[in-house]
Design a protein around this ligand. Structure first.
Ligand SMILES: NC(=O)C1=CN([C@@H]2O[C@H](COP(=O)(O)OP(=O)(O)OC[C@H]3O[C@@H](n4cnc5c(N)ncnc54)[C@H](O)[C@@H]3O)[C@@H](O)[C@H]2O)C=CC1
Ligand SMILES: O=C(O)C(=O)COP(=O)(O)O
Length: 598
């Protein structure tokens, strides 16, 4: 059985380069119980060679990470903990690393991916916000980004509540005052939270937990989140309002949305001008969602009476920041996730995701790749292999010089479109189509990007079959339009190169080439011959290969009618010499043939 963990979906290139950890498995989809003799040999060789070099991947931990996470990483990788690297030092080190783990303090820029020279396979963010990672650059470089989205939720929510209550009662200012030798009881009279309206902006994991706690403090909680489900809000007893409505009526506003182009500086002069005079603001999200100069103006004018900020546009903020030094502002140095419990939690969460990703598994916390549940992955596993092999086969049938631009994929299934997630299959078809003809390494992360960049348009079609939807798919068909083929038989009646495959007994099979039905297991390499159907053909070809010591793993013949044209498919374990192929071509009944590597 193919298990999800044996499907190396993300990182291992098809063309192995010995002596480098990242290339230590011969094929992205080679399974541990692979029965193919040559693959096994290659596997042993590459693993042996890599063991001689360095058996473990290298993980650079660029910011402080919880001990349990570090221990976990060390069971699998060489761990280099180098904190406070300058951008240049990071760029220099990165070419020696397979994975990088950061928190919010490290900018993972395009240059980092470029300078990694293709070695960096995964960036792990030990926390939620990934605004410090250039996701487009990661995707373009086929580098997976994973985060740790759940383990610091409570810590961030508790910090939000801590800032809210501390701000309302002037705790930080009063503390500083008393330590400065003063006793200013009337200066630090606060405001009560009971009965006040709190607007939670960003009603996700942290926002919902803040809302729950604020309700416990007797506050009236409203929220704004364009994507939050209404039933979640209802369950907590929170009204979801528009941004305008929420900021208009709030006494307190607490920010919990991610920093994105849409949320950048969403709290600007215009937004502040619409708020209730004397509003109080808490920001445990990201500094960049507030226009900080506008906030200083709003504080000076009294529109905003107080702010409590854990995050800043630039961290650390300049020493002379007017915002930080403002007497009505309480600040903490990005401590939202900084509890012992949260740091152990995110460290384990990110270490597990990074290790899984380095093994080639799809991480459940992947940020820039489709997330496919494990059970779906297990079911699709043989079709994933089939998809890549069909892609590899189809592109090798294209005559040299013709550019592949338009590919149509048809999935025949008795399942409705909602029950069949084809993103994984499309990515692997793309991998199969592109890798044999370029030096580009394709994985689930960069497949769509690379196809687009190369002007390769892949359209997908469903062919709904009657019958039981027990199997996810019946067959997959790939058609390449507007190209010549080096094996004319592969051109279908409608003029495209056409190949079709099915999964039989868990193994990928080629079942159609052009208009000819065939049936061969997609393993090793293939010779396809079109011939006049006549006795002795299998023997003639078999003899030539035997004399050349090429092991034939199978042969099959598909024909239109007896003694008419037929397509013979021959599976071979070794690559035949040019001379052997020439001799096959010279057999009089053979009209054309092609050798294909899978
Ligand atoms: N200060 C700190 O140490 C910490 C800060 N954070 C920050 O808090 C943010 C939220 O974290 P989680 O709740 O775990 O993430 P989440 O993804 O569960 O929630 C974010 C919510 O924001 C909503 N959202 C997106 N665009 C919005 C918009 N334009 N207006 C309003 N809402 C919008 C989303 O729909 C989502 O429901 C993170 O992105 C991170 O930047 C998170 C943890 C610790
Ligand atoms: O998880 C987040 O988004 C955070 O902001 C936490 O940041 P940190 O890991 O403490 O640098």
């Amino acid at each position: 059985m193919v298990t999800t963990s044996s499907l190396n979906l993300v990182f291992t290139p098809t063309k192995p380069t010995p002596l480098s950890w990242k290339h230590s498995f011969p094929s992205p989809f080679t399974t541990a119980n692979c029965t193919h003799r040559q693959n096994r040999k290659a596997y042993r060789f590459v693993v042996f060679a890599t063991l001689l070099a360095d058996p473990k991947p290298t993980v650079l931990v660029a910011e402080k990470l919880g001990k349990a996470g570090l221990e976990l990483l060390k069971t699998f990788a060489n761990v280099d903990c180098s904190y406070n690297l300058s951008p240049e030092e990071l760029c220099t080190k990165i070419s020696l690393c397979d994975a990088l783990i950061v928190r919010s303090g490290t900018k993972v820029t395009r240059e980092v991916f470029e300078r990694s020279g293709g070695r960096l396979k995964v960036v792990g963010r030990a926390g939620v916000g990934i605004d410090n990672v250039d996701l487009s650059a990661a995707t373009e470089h086929g580098c997976l980004v994973v985060n740790a989205p759940t383990a610091n939720t409570i810590a961030a929510a508790e910090h939000g509540i801590a800032l809210l209550t501390a701000m309302a009662r002037n705790i930080a200012q009063a503390d500083a005052s008393i330590k400065a030798g003063k006793w200013q009881r009337s200066k630090y009279v606060g405001v009560s939270l009971l009965g006040k309206t709190l607007a939670v902006i960003g009603f996700g994991k942290v926002g919902s937990e803040v809302a729950r706690r604020a309700k416990g403090l007797g506050m009236h909680v409203i929220a704004h989140d364009p994507y939050a489900p209404a039933d979640r809000a209802r369950a907590i007893g929170v009204d979801l309002l528009t941004f305008e409505e929420a900021i208009l009526i709030a006494d307190f506003i607490s920010l919990h949305m991610p920093l994105t182009p849409a949320t950048s500086k969403i709290f600007n002069d215009q937004a502040f001008s619409r708020m209730k005079k004397g509003v109080r603001i808490v920001n445990v999200a990201r500094g960049g969602v507030i226009d900080e100069e506008a906030l200083v103006r709003a504080l000076d004018s009294g529109i905003v009476s107080q702010a409590a900020l854990d995050v800043f546009t630039k961290e650390p903020p300049p020493k002379d920041s007017r915002l930080v030094l403002h007497e009505n502002v309480t600040v903490t140095p990005h401590l939202g996730a900084s509890t012992t419990e949260a740091q152990e939690g995110v460290a384990i969460e990110v270490a597990e995701a990074v290790i899984g990703a380095l093994k080639g598994e799809l991480a459940a916390t992947a940020v820039n790749a489709p997330m496919v549940p494990a059970e779906v992955l297990a079911e699709l596993a043989p079709f994933v292999t089939l998809s890549e092999k069909l892609g590899r086969l189809a592109v090798q049938l294209v005559a040299g010089g013709s550019g592949v631009q338009s590919v149509k994929v048809t999935y025949a299934s008795a399942r409705g479109p909602d029950d069949l997630d084809t993103r994984l299959l499309r990515a692997m078809i793309t991998k199969g189509l592109i890798e044999p003809i370029t030096s580009v390494f394709i994985n689930l992360v960069n497949a769509d990007f690379t196809a687009k960049q190369r002007g390769l348009r892949i359209t997908e079609e469903r062919f709904l079959l009657d019958g039981s939807p027990e199997n996810p798919l019946e067959f997959i068909q790939i058609q390449i339009a507007n190209v010549e083929s080096k094996f004319a038989t592969a051109i279908s009646d409608s003029g495209e190169i056409k190949v079709e495959g099915r999964v039989k007994d868990g193994k990928p099979h080629l079942t159609k080439v052009g208009s000819f039905g065939v049936d061969v297991s997609l393993e090793g390499s293939l010779i396809l011959c079109r011939q006049v159907d006549q006795p002795g053909m299998i023997g003639s070809v078999g003899n030539i290969l035997g004399e050349e010591n090429v092991n034939v793993s199978f042969m099959s013949v598909g024909r239109i009618a007896p003694r008419k044209q037929a397509v013979m498919t021959i599976g071979v374990d070794e690559e035949p010499s040019k001379e052997a192929l020439k001799r096959i071509g010279e057999i009089p009944a053979i009209e054309e043939f092609v050798f294909l590597k899978l």
